[in-house]
Design a protein. Structure first.
Length: 427
C-alpha cells in the first residue's frame, strides 16, 4: 500500500504532470500506463523546463523509480532521445531507475505513415490526431499483429521483424493510398541498434509494482491524455486509442485494485481541447485568446507535442461529474486557477438535459446549462493557502466541487512547484 492514480478529467492537457511532480516527492515509483508520444508533459523546476512525452515526470526526483507500463505504445527512437536529453541534463536515466514493460507495443515507421494516410481519408478533416501512429499501433495490437517490446531481447530478430512488418504495410500503403514509407533500407540496422540500447530496460512491470505495493511502498500511476479521450467512454470517434482512466491504469500496469488509496482527477479551471470533436462550452475570439495565452509562456495553451493552439472554453462541470463517476474519483486537483483572475463573470456548465451524456458521440447536440459567477480582480499567484484566496475564487472552487460531487483538495495558482495549495495541509 498505497497506489495513488492520477487521471485527467477533460480532453488531456489538464496539468497532470504538475500534480505528479508534486506527489512524486513522497513516492517510491511513478508509472505511466497508456498512450505513447502523443502525450506531452511540461514540468517546471526552478529555471528548468522539462518537456516529456514518454518518460514519467517523476524522473525529475532523484530517488523515484519510473516505469512504462504494458498499456503503452513506444516509439523507441523517441524514448532513446528522451533518455539522452535527460541524461545530458544530469539526470540518472539508467535501467536501474527506468523500466519498460515487455508487454508494451512498439511503434514502427509504418504506424506513423498509416496515421497520416488514414486521417486524410476521414471526412471533415479527420480526427486531428497527433500523427504519431498511435491509432494504427493499437489497431495492430487488437488485431494481434503488433510487435511487443519484449521482442527487443533479440535485437537482430527484432530488426528483421520490424522490417517484414513495414514492408507489408508499405505495399498496402502504396496500393491503397499511393504513399511510401521513408528510410526502410536501413530499418533492420536502425531497429536492432534501438533494441541493443533498450533491452536492459525491459522488465515485468506488474510484478515489480505488486512487490513494491505489498512491501508498503508508494506508487503513483500517471495517465496520459484525459477521460473524455477514452476509446470506450470518450467522445468517440474523436478519442485516442487507449484508456486514460482508473480502470486503464490497472489494466495498463498489470495490477489489481486492492492497493488503491487516492484516485485524483485533474481538471483545469476552464476547458481545453486539441484536435477535432465536440466541445459544447467552447468560446471563440477574444474570450478564447484570453484563456489560451499568447504562446510566450510554456504553460500557454499550445500543444506540447504538436504546437497546435488549443481550443478553449468554460469549465464543463457536467462532464467533470461524468469523469468523476467513471473513474471513481476520490478527489479533484484544479489547475490554472490564476488564469481566471480578471474575468468577470465566470461561466460554468452545470448540467445537460437528461440522457445527453448517455453516448458522448452525440455530445455536440447537447445544450449546456450555464451558471454565471462573479470573478475576482486579484492576482492569486502568490496565494499559498485556501484562506488567502479571494472569496469569489473560493466560491468558484466550491461550486466546481459541488457540481462534480468530489472534494477539491489541490489547487494550482501558477506553474511553479510551490504554487499549489493543498487544502488538507494548510487552511
Ligand atoms: P492520437 O492519440 O494521436 O490518435 O489523437 C487522437 C485525439 O486525441 C486527437 O484529437 C488528439 O489531438 C488527441 N490527443 C492525443 N494525445 C493528446 C494529449 O496528450 N493531449 C491532448 N490531446 C491529445
Amino acid at each position: 500500500m498505497p497506489l495513488d492514480v492520477i487521471v485527467g478529467t477533460q480532453w488531456g492537457d489538464e496539468g497532470k504532470g504538475r500534480i505528479v511532480d508534486l506527489l512524486a516527492a513522497a513516492a517510491d515509483h511513478v508509472a505511466r500506463f497508456n498512450g505513447g508520444d502523443n502525450a506531452g508533459h511540461t514540468v517546471t523546476s526552478g529555471s528548468q523546463v522539462f518537456r516529456l512525452h514518454l518518460i514519467p515526470s517523476g524522473i525529475i526526483h532523484a530517488r523515484v523509480g519510473c516505469l512504462l507500463g504494458g498499456g503503452m505504445v513506444i516509439n523507441p527512437a523517441r524514448l532513446l532521445a528522451e533518455i539522452d536529453e535527460l541524461s545530458a541534463r544530469g539526470l540518472d536515466v539508467s535501467p536501474e531507475r527506468l523500466r519498460l514493460s515487455s508487454a508494451a507495443h512498439i511503434l514502427t515507421p509504418a504506424h506513423a505513415a498509416r496515421d497520416g494516410a488514414e486521417e486524410a481519408l476521414r471526412p471533415g478533416g479527420g480526427l486531428g490526431t497527433t500523427r504519431r501512429g498511435i491509432g494504427p499501433a493499437y489497431a495492430d495490437k487488437a488485431a494481434r499483429l503488433g510487435i511487443r517490446a519484449g521482442a527487443m531481447r533479440d535485437p537482430t530478430a527484432f530488426g528483421r521483424q520490424i522490417e517484414t512488418d513495414c514492408r507489408a504495410a508499405a505495399a498496402r500503403l502504396e496500393r491503397d493510398h499511393a504513399q511510401t514509407i521513408p528510410d526502410l533500407g536501413s530499418v533492420v540496422e536502425t531497429y536492432a541498434a534501438y533494441a541493443e540500447r533498450l533491452r536492459p530496460y525491459l522488465a515485468d512491470v506488474g510484478a515489480i509494482l505488486d512487490r513494491a505495493l505489498s512491501a508498503g511502498e508508494t506508487v503513483l500511476a500517471e495517465a496520459a491524455q484525459g477521460t473524455l479521450l477514452d476509446l470506450d467512454h470518450g467522445t468517440y470517434p474523436y478519442v485516442t486509442s487507449s484508456h486514460p482512466t482508473y480502470a486503464g491504469a490497472l489494466q495498463g500496469l498489470g495490477i489489481g485494485p486492492r492497493h488503491t488509496r487516492r484516485i485524483i482527477g485533474v481538471t483545469k479551471a476552464f476547458q481545453t481541447r486539441v484536435g477535432s470533436g465536440p466541445f459544447p462550452t467552447e468560446v471563440h475570439g477574444g474570450a478564447a485568446q484570453r484563456l489560451r495565452g499568447s504562446g510566450e509562456n510554456p504553460w500557454d495553451e499550445f500543444g506540447t507535442t504538436t504546437g497546435r493552439p488549443r481550443r478553449c472554453g468554460w469549465l464543463d462541470g457536467a462532464l467533470l461529474s461524468y469523469a468523476a463517476r467513471l473513474n471513481g474519483l476520490t478527489e479533484l486537483a484544479i489547475t490554472k486557477l490564476d488564469i481566471l483572475s480578471g474575468i468577470d463573470p465566470l461561466r460554468m456548465n452545470t448540467a445537460y438535459e437528461a440522457g445527453a451524456l448517455e453516448d458522448l458521440s452525440e455530445l455536440q447536440a447537447a445544450i449546456p446549462s450555464y451558471v454565471d459567477m462573479p470573478g475576482w480582480p486579484d492576482d492569486v499567484r502568490t496565494c499559498r493557502s485556501w484562506r488567502s484566496l479571494p472569496s469569489a475564487a473560493r466560491d468558484y472552487v466550491e461550486r466546481v466541487q459541488s457540481v462534480a460531487g468530489v472534494p477539491v483538495r489541490l489547487i494550482s495558482v501558477g506553474p511553479e512547484r510551490e504554487q499549489i495549495i493543498d487544502r488538507e495541509a494548510a487552511t
